[in-house]
Design a protein around this ligand. Structure first.
Ligand SMILES: Cc1cc2nc3c(=O)[nH]c(=O)nc-3n(C[C@H](O)[C@H](O)[C@H](O)COP(=O)(O)OP(=O)(O)OC[C@H]3O[C@@H](n4cnc5c(N)ncnc54)[C@H](O)[C@@H]3O)c2cc1C
Length: 401
């Protein structure tokens, strides 16, 4: 066991963790930083794992958040392939699996989340892939040759994107999910059906309002038995059914947890020397006036950076409104705010189901906006949401776009 004295310790080598290094260095250019990550890779961006890596627009070398020498150049030690197992908030230490101890002055928990597991017989069979990590991309890529088949379980972001990506690479895809239509949490019904139709045209077979009840492996093939009584056969099984925030470490520190690590406007947890950012942090989303957890790239980037700045003494509130994006064949969008299909919806199409803006309203106030194949309008959408003005279909016509 070795003890290390550090000013700043960051647990989690994802985007939020890497961005925190940058944030710290904007304010404090000297003091010691250690970033501890359980994966064997330097921090990388996850969106390409379901998009550009499959579209031939990026290679694995392109997806890292920073160049390999960034950390040493900036005096940040990176400890990879090591899991932190305990935080002692009184002693201000982090114990890692090798039994080394890191003393900290300020600690960031940027532990993200882990894929939710499929609670059915065969859900843990060897090779069933809970798609989140670079290792998962590499594993699937090796097997996803032209002419292979895949069952994708889950019709949200990960499921829909990986289904489209595999299909573009010649894989015969069956996509199964319990909702009546794809991406049901964010897409209005009419648009979702248009997207689904497009999936069909690309050869993806959709099983909506259905679920997998068990999985078996026969030789090299998987068989998924469905609630509706079918048996889907495929070479690959991918599960994308959501994420559970990683809060185990926060629990060892006795921090307040409520579907994520609860933090204040400055991203401090219930212990002011311990910060949280990214997929695991439940924070006050000021422009929306609600506490929430955001599982998106732009939030991890900006919140991680803000947490780093505050660890180094900046004392600033996180008021940023993160956007998010997705690409499904020709259907691409950027979105911001509360993009929840249960809200009132007004759609301003320039070209039906292909180009336009979807507005999400509560009490006639815009809470969120999705710009479908309309680009660079996120700042306008943010302004509209922040204005809190009461709007209707008439006044929203042409408001963005
Ligand atoms: C395939 C995929 C595609 C995506 N596409 C989009 C997209 O198109 N648009 C968008 O907005 N968002 C997208 N996202 C979401 C976005 O990537 C996440 O919001 C972002 O990665 C969150 O970053 P994070 O650093 O908070 O957490 P993570 O990326 O989960 O990183 C956390 C890291 O901490 C490590 N860790 C956890 N516990 C410990 C521990 N105890 N000790 C050491 N290390 C630990 C984990 O191994 C992991 O490396 C996508 C996500 C995935 C998985």
């Amino acid at each position: 066991m070795v003890e290390h004295e550090r000013k700043y310790v960051i647990v989690g080598g994802g985007l939020a963790g890497a961005s925190a290094v940058e944030g710290i260095r904007e304010v404090d250019d000297r003091a010691s930083i250690t970033l501890i990550g359980a994966e064997q890779h330097l921090p990388y961006n996850r969106p390409p794992l379901t998009k550009k890596l499959w579209f031939g627009k990026q290679t694995v070398e392109d997806i890292f958040v920073e160049k390999a020498d960034y950390y040493s150049t900036n005096g940040a030690e990176v400890v990879l392939d090591v899991r932190a197992v305990e935080v002692d908030a009184i002693a201000k230490t982090v114990r890692v699996q090798t039994e080394d101890i890191y003393h900290y002055d300020k600690l960031l928990l940027a532990t993200g989340g882990a894929p939710r597991r499929l609670p059915v017989p065969g859900g843990e069979l060897d090779g069933v892939c809970y798609y989140r990590y670079l290792d998962d991309y590499e594993y699937i890529r090796e097997r996803a040759d032209d002419g292979k088949s895949a069952i994708v379980i889950g019709g949200g972001f990960i499921g829909s994107e990986i289904a489209a990506a595999l299909s573009m690479n010649g894989v015969d895809v069956s996509l199964i999910f319990p909702d009546p239509y794809i991406c049901a949490r964010v897409l209005p019904r009419s648009l979702a059906f248009a997207v689904q139709e497009d999936f069909g045209k690309h050869g993806i077979t959709i099983f909506s309002e259905d679920s997998v009840e068990s999985i078996e492996k026969n030789g090299q093939q998987y068989v998924a038995h469905t609630k509706s009584g079918g048996g889907l056969k495929a070479d690959i099984v991918i599960v994308g059914i959501g994420l559970t925030p990683s809060t185990a470490l926060a629990q060892t520190a006795g921090l307040q947890i409520d579907n994520g690590i609860v933090v204040n406007e400055r991203l401090q947890s219930s212990n002011p020397d311990i910060y949280a950012a990214g997929d695991n942090a439940k924070y006050p989303y000021q422009s929306l006036g609600m506490a929430t957890r955001v599982e998106h790239w732009d939030n991890a980037l900006n919140q991680g950076k803000q947490a780093g700045r505050n660890m180094a003494g900046a004392g600033e509130e996180y008021t940023y409104m993160p956007y998010f994006f997705s690409d499904l064949f020709d259907f691409g969008y950027e979105a911001v705010g509360e993009v929840d299909s249960r809200l009132d919806i007004v759609i301003d199409w320039q070209k039906e189901n292909q180009k336009g803006v979807v507005y999400y309203l509560r009490d006639r106030r815009v809470r969120g906006a999705m710009m479908v194949n309309v680009w660079d309008k996120v700042p306008d959408a943010r302004e509209l949401i922040k204005s809190g003005r009461q709007m209707d279909a008439g006044s929203l016509k042409g408001a963005i776009g």
